[in-house]
Design a protein around this ligand. Structure first.
Ligand SMILES: Nc1ncnc2c1ncn2[C@@H]1O[C@H](COP(=O)(O)OP(=O)(O)OP(=O)(O)O)[C@@H](O)[C@H]1O
Ligand SMILES: [Mg+2]
Length: 336
């Protein structure tokens, strides 16, 4: 197979969190797949679509081929085409004074990822498929319905229709249509897949993912998740903060703690940095100020914030008493 590099081995993902919420969606997706339907995870950014698609694909157990939607894609980017040249040169020196050169240049056909998946019965994950123009995706209609791939510009001597391998499966993800750069999914294509709409994770899953990705304690992770969820539910953000904000704050806190020197207001600063930038576009000053105020109030309620203040003052106190002790020792040594 030419395209071995694009195939991913199906294996369990590191740090993957399985809560009842995740298990329920996985079970539904696998049931639809077993019934013969492709599955489409649709939801806002950070609702876990790509991760779930990878997880479901790893449960299917076949090698995985991944495609990322792109508005520049043409059908040939999915199916394959003639790329580059394969050239052969014959130099004939039949007579020492006559040089005869014959050059033969042929285009070389390269299977693209969709063809590879259909041919070998792999699992195709087409991530953010609505970022590709609907015309480019039309080739999927017959793949999903009639189980044939139309290789319209197949090289001479090869079948222009490929029978899709019975173990071929497809998983799709997409963001809502109002997102920048997202095209409306063709109705005919959407009609051929089961769409599962994903909302933000439930509380338990959000805490579990934050713990898994940062190695903070569950108690600390829960406080971070509380802040992010309260801000999300306030309805004051241009973009609702996602699980990614929880992971960023938790990891930054973990790194800072590992250095052992408390910094005044560090937790407040990272929450402000992550949450005010994630929830608004550049330049939306008024909105940022409002979000900043909400975050400040939420952080001031946390135990992490108060522990940090105490830690800083203890450290300062500790440093001062160490200084005093050193002075006393020096005085004794000098006999004063
Ligand atoms: N079950 C899970 N276990 C561990 N981590 C998870 C799980 N689900 C999601 N995550 C983490 O949450 C974050 C967001 O997930 P993901 O990238 O899948 O979201 P998405 O919906 O595809 O977002 P986007 O639309 O922006 O691509 C990632 O950092 C991912 O690793
Ligand atoms: Mg994604």
């Amino acid at each position: 197979m030419d395209d071995a590099r694009t195939v991913i081995e199906a294996k369990p993902m590191a740090d993957f969190v399985e809560t009842p919420y995740v298990r329920d969606i996985t079970y539904r997706a696998l049931t639809y797949i077993e019934a013969g339907f492709p599955v489409h995870f649709r939801g806002a950014s950070g609702t876990g679509k790509t991760t779930l698609a990878m997880h479901v694909a790893s449960k299917i157990g076949r090698p995985i081929v991944m495609l990322h939607g792109d508005s520049e894609y043409k059908t040939s980017d999915l199916v394959g085409g003639e790329y580059g040249f394969h050239s052969r040169k014959v130099v004939d020196r039949f007579q020492s004074r006559v040089l005869k050169v014959e050059e033969d240049v042929a285009k070389r056909w390269v299977d693209n990822r969709l063809t590879v998946a259909c041919k070998y019965g792999f699992t195709l994950i087409y991530d953010e498929f609505t970022r590709s123009r609907p015309e480019a995706n039309n080739v999927l209609l017959s793949v999903l319905q009639e189980k044939v791939l139309d290789v319209a510009n197949a090289p001479a001597g090869e079948e222009s229709y490929l029978k899709v391998h019975p173990l071929f499966t497809a998983l799709f993800t997409s963001n809502p249509e109002e997102y920048a750069g997202v095209h409306k999914a063709a109705d005919a294509l959407r009609d051929r897949m089961v769409t599962i709409d994903l909302d933000y994770f439930d509380y338990e899953t959000e805490v579990a993912i934050t713990v898994a990705k940062s190695k903070l304690s569950e108690r600390d992770a829960a406080e971070i998740v509380d802040i992010v969820r309260a801000l999300r539910e306030s309805g004051r953000c241009e973009f609702a903060p996602t699980i990614r904000a929880c992971i960023m704050i938790a990891r930054a806190l973990q790194v800072q703690r590992s250095k052992g020197t408390p910094i005044p207001n560090f937790f407040m600063t990272i929450c402000q940095d992550v949450l005010t930038s994630e929830t608004s576009r550049l330049g939306a000053r008024t909105n940022q100020d409002e979000v900043r105020q909400i975050v400040k109030k939420l952080v001031e309620r946390t135990r992490i914030y108060h522990d940090e203040l105490r830690g800083v003052s203890n450290a300062k106190h500790g440093a001062e008493s160490l200084q005093k002790n050193l002075t006393l020792i020096r005085q004794q040594v000098n006999g004063r």
